[in-house]
Write a protein that binds this ligand. Structure first.
Ligand SMILES: Cc1cc2nc3c(=O)[nH]c(=O)nc-3n(C[C@H](O)[C@H](O)[C@H](O)COP(=O)(O)O)c2cc1C
Length: 150
């Protein structure tokens, strides 16, 4: 099972979580690719069997710029990804109310449009509650590893 991790970040926290996820999931025996700021063509060329997007939210509920470009490209030229397995980790701040983790929600919408099947509920990491998002993600990552190993 080839899992590709994609991250979207402004200040680097989502990238740190993505790096940690790559380590944890590789140690769990999965074939993981992670390249920060991957382009559309690089991503499609990897021929993923499963996708993990790790993204923060910026502005008022927007995706970080690097992911906006990638998501627009995936919408303009949708790859044949129907039936692919997917999961999302959203980083945000609950102080933003309705826009909490809206970037992650935007990726869930993209998954639905492309026919990607979400494996488990999106993990929401709240910067107003924790300063250790990498280790907070570990139980959720263990669940994901178990789903993908089947
Ligand atoms: C200017 C700005 C706008 C933000 N807007 C949102 C938002 O709309 N919703 C949300 O949940 N978090 C929002 N956040 C919080 C960030 O998503 C959160 O701090 C996250 O951990 C940052 O991750 P990053 O370092 O990968 O960018 C915002 C933070 C900043 C500085």
């Amino acid at each position: 099972m080839k899992l590709v991790i994609v991250s979207g970040t402004v200040f680097g926290a989502a990238e740190d979580v993505a790096h940690h996820a790559a380590q944890v999931l590789t140690a769990a025996g999965l074939n993981v690719s992670y390249k920060p700021r991957i382009s559309y063509s690089e991503l499609v060329a990897l021929e993923p069997e499963a996708l993990l997007f790790v993204t923060s939210t910026t502005g008022m509920g927007e995706l970080p710029e690097n992911l906006q470009l990638l998501v627009n490209a995936l919408r303009d030229q949708p790859p044949q990804w129907a039936g692919l397995l997917g999961a999302v980790i959203g980083l945000g701040d609950a102080c933003y109310g309705e826009d909490f983790c809206a970037g992650g929600e935007a990726i869930r919408e993209l998954y639905a449009e492309l026919g990607i099947v979400e494996l488990q509920e999106m993990l929401r990491l709240d910067a107003s509650e924790t300063v250790t998002p990498e280790s907070d993600a570990e139980p959720w990552l263990a669940e994901l590893a178990a789903c993908l190993a089947v």
